[in-house]
Design a protein around this ligand. Structure first.
Ligand code: UDP
Length: 422
C-alpha cells in the first residue's frame, strides 16, 4: 500500500481501504480525465486537488484539465450557475455563442487526452459542450453536477439538458437534484480530505500563530462564515444575523472569502458586503489568497459558531470542514446543507437572519450542548463525507458503466483462489 493510502487507513480504517483497493483492481491503468473551469477557488477545485492523487495511488491514470475562456464565457457560465439554482436569468444568443465557441476553442488542446480516455468526467456546465466535438469518443463520458438544480430556471435547463443528454451518465449530489435525462443518474455527495492543510489537526499553538496576523479580538467569540462572495451564500444575511445576535451577546463576525477565477460577480458582491458591514469593528471581512488553507483551518477551529447561511447550496464543503473540526453548523435550510446538518443534532437549519441569530445565541450560551453537537457532527462526517467514500463511489459508478447491461454485477468474486473484482 502506498504511503498516501496508508495515511488514509489511519483515518478510515483498514477494512474500508482494503475494499477500496479491491474495487480499484480492475480499473488499474484506466485513463480518467476530469475537466472543470478553475484550479483555484470554489469546492470543485478543492475536491479535485485531492481526488487526483488518491485515484493515482490506486493505480488509475488520472488527469485534470481546465477549460480556458475569457470574460463573456465566464459571464455566461455564471449565468448558467445562477439559473440552475433557480434565478430567472435571461441568457443572450451572444453569450451562448461565446460559451459554445470557447468550448470549441479548447478542443485541440484537450483532444489528445479526451479522445481515447476510458472515462471523462465533466464538472458542471462550463466544459459540458466539449462533448459535441467528440462524436467518436472511445470512453464513457459522465457529467458531474455540483450545483443545486432542484428548481432550475426552465429555459436555461432546457438548453443545457440537450447537451447533458449526450453523456453516458450523470452524477448529482442529492436525489432532489436528479433530472429527466436519458441515461443512468448516480448520487454521490462530495467529500473533504481529512489529511489536507485545510482539514488536518492543528495544535492550539498552531491555531494561534495562524490567526495572529489577523488581529482578531481575543476577548470575543468568533462567529464565522467561509465563502466566496456570492449572493447565494447570503453574506449580507449573515451580517444581519450577527447584528441581531450581537445586540444581546458580545461576538465578532468573521466573513472569510476569496474569489474564484471563474466567478465574475465576486467583486460586486464584495462591495455590497462591505457596504452592509459599514465599518463595524466587530465585523471582519477577510480576503484570503486561494492557498490560505491553514488559515481557514485555524479559523474554523477557533470559531465558536460556524454559519453557512446559503440560500441555495449544491453541497457546501465549508459545512463539512467545520463539522469535521467538531463544530455544529448553523446552515441555510437548502440543498446539500440539509444532507449534512441534521437539525438539532449536527447543527441547526435556518431560513432567516432572525432564525440564525436565535441559534447563534443558543450555541454561544450553551457550551455543553455545543460540544455535544460538535462530536456528533464530526462522527457524521467521518462516516459519510470523507474522500475515500467519494473515490469508492466513483469506482462503483465506473464499474457499473462498463458492465451496464449485465443483470448481475459482482463487485467481489473469487477467481483462482484469489478475490477479484469483476
Ligand atoms: N474556500 C477557500 N477560501 C475562501 C473561500 C472558500 O479556500 O476564501 C474553500 C472552502 O474552504 C471550501 C471551498 O472553497 O473548501 C468552497 O466549497 P463550497 O462547496 O463550500 O462552496 P462553492 O464555492 O463550491 O460554492
Amino acid at each position: 500500500m502506498s504511503q498516501l493510502l496508508t495515511d488514509y487507513t489511519r483515518v478510515v480504517g483498514l477494512e474500508q481501504m482494503n475494499a477500496l483497493e479491491q474495487l480499484a483492481e480492475p480499473m488499474r491503468g484506466a485513463k480518467v480525465v476530469h475537466v472543470n473551469s478553475t484550479r483555484e477557488g470554489g469546492g470543485v477545485a478543492e475536491i479535485l486537488h485531492k481526488f487526483l492523487p488518491f485515484q493515482r495511488a490506486l493505480g488509475l491514470d488520472a488527469h485534470w484539465e481546465v477549460i480556458e475562456g475569457e470574460g463573456p464565457f465566464y459571464q455566461c457560465t455564471k449565468s448558467f450557475h445562477n439559473a440552475l439554482q433557480g434565478e430567472r436569468v435571461a441568457i443572450s444568443e451572444d453569450q451562448l455563442a461565446a460559451y459554445e465557441e470557447t468550448n470549441r476553442r479548447n478542443v485541440d488542446r484537450l483532444a489528445p487526452l479526451l479522445a481515447d480516455a476510458d472515462f471523462v468526467i465533466m464538472h458542471d456546465p462550463q466544459p459540458a459542450a466539449l462533448i459535441h466535438s467528440f462524436p467518436d469518443r472511445k470512453g464513457k463520458w459522465i457529467w458531474r453536477c455540483h450545483i443545486d438544480v432542484s428548481q432550475p430556471h426552465r429555459p436555461v435547463w432546457k438548453y443545457l439538458q440537450k447537451i447533458v443528454s449526450l453523456y453516458d451518465a450523470s452524477i448529482f449530489s442529492l436525489p432532489e437534484f436528479a433530472q429527466p435525462l436519458p441515461h443512468p443518474q448516480f448520487l454521490a455527495p462530495p467529500s473533504i480530505d481529512p489529511l489536507s492543510d485545510k482539514n488536518c489537526e492543528l495544535t492550539e499553538d498552531e491555531v494561534a500563530s495562524e490567526l495572529e496576523p489577523l488581529n482578531l479580538d481575543p476577548e470575543l467569540p468568533i462567529v464565522l462564515q467561509v465563502s466566496r462572495f456570492d449572493r447565494f451564500k447570503d453574506p449580507v444575511g449573515v451580517i444581519e444575523a450577527a447584528r441581531i445576535a450581537g445586540r444581546m451577546t458580545p461576538l465578532q463576525l468573521v466573513l472569510a472569502g476569496g474569489g474564484a477565477n471563474d466567478d465574475p460577480e465576486g467583486e460586486a458582491m464584495l462591495r455590497d458586503v462591505q457596504a452592509a458591514a459599514g465599518g463595524d469593528p466587530n465585523i471582519r471581512i477577510l480576503l484570503l489568497p486561494s492557498d490560505a488553507h491553514r488559515t481557514i483551518n485555524a479559523l474554523q477551529r477557533a470559531a465558536t459558531v460556524v454559519m453557512q447561511k446559503s440560500l441555495r447550496e449544491g453541497f457546501g464543503l465549508t459545512v463539512t470542514e467545520a463539522m469535521w473540526k467538531g463544530k455544529p453548523v448553523i446552515g441555510g435550510d437548502t440543498g446539500g446543507i440539509r444532507l449534512q446538518v441534521v437539525n438539532h443534532h449536527t447543527g441547526f437549519l435556518v431560513r432567516t437572519p432572525e432564525g440564525a441569530a436565535l441559534r447563534t445565541r443558543y450555541l454561544l450560551h450553551n457550551r455543553d450542548r455545543r460540544e455535544e453537537m460538535g462530536v456528533t457532527a464530526k462522527n457524521f462526517v467521518h462516516d459519510n463525507f470523507l474522500l475515500p467514500r467519494l473515490v469508492q463511489d466513483h469506482l462503483s459508478i465506473m464499474i457499473r458503466l462498463l458492465k451496464g447491461d449485465e443483470d448481475r454485477i459482482e463487485l467481489s468474486a473469487w477467481e483462482n483462489g484469489r478475490q477479484t473484482v469483476c
